[in-house]
Design a protein around this ligand. Structure first.
Ligand code: N1C
Length: 248
C-alpha cells in the first residue's frame, strides 16, 4: 500500500511536460486552420535562429509574410493602441472588425516572446531582449513588419480604438503611431475613425492635443472622425445584439 501510495503521489505531482515554443506555434496554426503549418514554422524560425537577437531587421520576416500573407476585408480594419483587452473582448463576440490578431500570424504569435542566439539552432523564450532594449529584436521586428503589411492592406473605412484613460491617447512611439498611421494608403482608405474609449472619469477627450498629431501624420486625403465612447457601452455592444453600425 505504501509503495502504491508513494508511486501514485510521485506520478500525480509530476508536472506535465511544458509545451515547447514550436508546439505552441504549430498548435495555434492548426487551430486557425492554417495549411502547411510546418512550412510556415520553418520560414518563421529562419528569420531569427542562430542570429544575434538585436540584429533582426524587419525585412527578415518578408519570406514569412510571403508564405502566410495578411488578408483583409475592406471596411473592417481595426487598429488599437493601449486598448487591446477591450478591442478583443468586443471583437470576439461581434466579429465586426478584423485586427492583426485575426490574421494567421497575428493569432499564432500573440503574447509570445522568442529569440535565437548566435551559434545555436534553438528558439529561446526567456533571456530575449525587451521591446525597447534594442530596436531590431525578433519580437519588435515581427510586429513592426506585420503591422506595416496589415495597415497597407487596409481599405474602405478604418477604425482605431485609443485609450481615453491616459493623457496621451495617440503615442507617436507606439506601433500604431509610428508605423500603421503612416502606412494607410489614401488610394484605398477613405476615412479613419478614432474610437476614444473612455472610463467613468475620462482623462482625455477628442480635443486632446495628441489627436492633432495623429491628424498631422495621417495622409491629408484620408477623412478623420473622432468619437468618445464609454467602455461600458462597448462591452454592452459586445454582449448584446447591437449591430456593427449602431455601437458608435
Ligand atoms: O504599440 P501599439 O500598442 O500601438 O501596437 C498596436 C497596433 C495594433 O493596431 C496592431 O495592429 O500594432 C499592431 N500590433 C499587434 O497586433 C500586436 N499584438 C500584440 C502591435 N503590437 C502587438 N502586440 C504586442 O502588444 C507587442 O508585443 C507590443 O509590445 C504591444 C503593443 O501594444 P500597445 O503599446 O498597446
Amino acid at each position: 500500500v505504501l509503495v502504491v501510495a508513494i508511486t501514485l503521489g510521485v506520478t500525480l505531482s509530476r508536472k506535465p511536460p511544458q509545451q515547447t515554443f514550436k508546439e505552441t506555434f504549430i498548435a495555434r496554426c492548426h487551430q486557425y486552420k492554417g495549411s502547411d503549418c510546418e512550412t510556415i514554422w520553418s520560414t518563421f524560425e529562419q528569420a531569427y535562429v542562430g542570429r544575434d537577437p538585436c540584429k533582426i531587421p524587419t525585412d527578415a520576416y518578408n519570406p514569412l509574410f510571403q508564405v502566410a500573407p495578411i488578408t483583409m476585408t475592406c471596411g473592417k480594419a481595426m487598429f488599437w493602441s493601449k486598448t487591446k483587452d477591450v478591442v478583443h473582448a468586443y471583437n470576439e463576440n461581434t466579429k465586426c472588425f478584423v485586427t492583426m490578431e485575426d490574421t494567421l500570424l497575428g493569432s499564432v504569435l500573440d503574447n509570445l516572446i522568442w529569440c535565437g542566439k548566435e551559434g545555436s539552432n534553438e528558439t529561446f523564450t526567456s533571456g530575449c531582449p525587451d521591446w525597447n532594449a534594442c530596436k531590431n529584436n525578433p519580437v519588435r521586428s515581427f510586429w513592426t513588419q506585420g503591422s506595416t503589411k496589415f495597415a497597407e492592406a487596409a481599405c474602405g473605412d478604418a477604425t482605431v480604438m485609443l485609450n481615453g484613460s491616459i493623457a496621451t491617447p495617440f503615442d507617436t512611439s507606439s506601433v500604431f503611431g509610428s508605423v500603421e498611421v503612416l502606412k494607410l494608403n489614401s488610394a484605398k482608405v477613405k476615412k479613419l475613425t478614432v474610437v476614444l474609449v473612455t472610463a467613468t472619469t475620462p482623462v482625455s477627450n477628442c480635443s486632446n492635443e495628441s489627436l492633432n498629431e495623429l491628424r498631422q501624420k495621417l495622409d491629408r486625403k484620408i477623412g478623420y472622425e473622432c468619437k468618445e465612447v464609454s467602455e461600458t457601452r462597448i462591452n454592452e455592444c459586445g454582449s448584446n445584439d447591437i449591430s456593427c453600425t449602431n455601437c458608435w
